[in-house]
Design a protein around this ligand. Sequence first.
Ligand code: EPZ
Length: 417
Amino acid sequence: MDKIVIAGGIPLKGEVSISGAKNAALPILAAALLAPAQHTLHNVPNLADIRTAKRLLENLGARFADGPDGLSVDTRDLTSWEAPYDLVKTMRAAVLVLGPLVARLGRARVSLPGGCAIGARPINLHLKGLEEMGVKITLQHGYVEAAVKRLEGAEIILDFPTVTGTENLLMAATLARGRTVIKNAAQEPEVADLARFLQAMGADIQGIGSDVLTVHGVKQLQSARYRIMPDRIEAGTYLAAAAITRGEVTIRQAPVEHLTAVIDKFIEAGLRLKVDQDIISVRPGGSLTGVDLKTMPYPGFPTDMQAQFMAAMALARGVSVITESIFEKRFMHISELRRLGADIVVSGNQAVVRGVKSLQGAPVMATDLRASASLILAGLGAQGQTEVHRVYHLDRGYERIENKLSALGATIWREKA
Ligand code: EPZ
């Protein structure tokens, strides 16, 4: 297993470009299963999770070809309808093939995703919505067995605006008979990116970007060419890296319009930045002060930026109260941040962060994707050397993070642990 080593305390300087969004590419790859066609996708990020998703689709019969004109996905001949345990256990987003397989083939056998480091993460809302569309769902030997003759449009009200739940139901609805209305739908930008890809395939979807999605099912969808949106969480992570090192960084291809809550929070904390089209320029000077934060469904502050923001608050002046309202266990990074000298006390879903003058480098352990990003950030801001172990978590969601950070002047490298 690899580890990433950082010699901290260096202000970052320079420019970084943001890659395609992991959480848009994953549902869009699943959506390719809806039609017997050849699609071309641009700006697909080079990540472990994307490689896992490609393996999953190949297991189902899809074929990929990487070309100068982007990634081509051929889903004309599907040979299976099963998402096996060994793939789902490494990437719970594999559950996104459930809706498309049921819509295309009338059946699916998908391993129930277990819990993960950040919470139980059930998929009951995905299954309830599919049942309302006429799907017969049985749970056997850790698998979801789904079968339906013909999907029927339905009016679905989600108890919670689940992101992948909304995406699974949206994909199924595109081929259901009649009209489907999904209320309390997730409004994350990645859901809208999926919806636009589905429209490019010929789906009839209204309400994109809102919490009510109305879909009129069609008989068949066609091939499409689509460019994946930039990754707002990657962009937010580099914003936090510039903040924690008091650096001077320009972030290009940043989805500024999807980062309002994050940018506003950093400005409230005293970060000096300029926004211009899809460029965010962080300017030096100005020190961070502690601000309170509560993670919320979009357009609120994203839970996927909570750990990174907390790392920045660990070195801010004063106190920040950070409330995690989406996942019940998304504080796994705190005990590791404490090893670096952070002063953080947890009570329930709230963390009270008292800024300290400096953090001291130390060996730490990554537990999940965004926790590992938070530890990298803290290492960049710490005095001395930090080693982040189990960085396979990091590689799931960040494209060449140590290369991009080195290009910004960080002293950071990867070693065999
Ligand atoms: C998506 O996960 C993202 N993953 C997560 O990003 C992100 O943290 C999360 O949305 C919230 O924004 C992808 O898009 C691939 P949810 P998802 O369903 O869809 C509860 C990352 O770092 N819930 O919106 O699994 C659930 O337990 C990852 O890139 C149910 O109770 O999140 C949680 O508390 C981590 N029943 C809350 O809703 C359900 O059927 C939010 O979950 C579904 C969800």
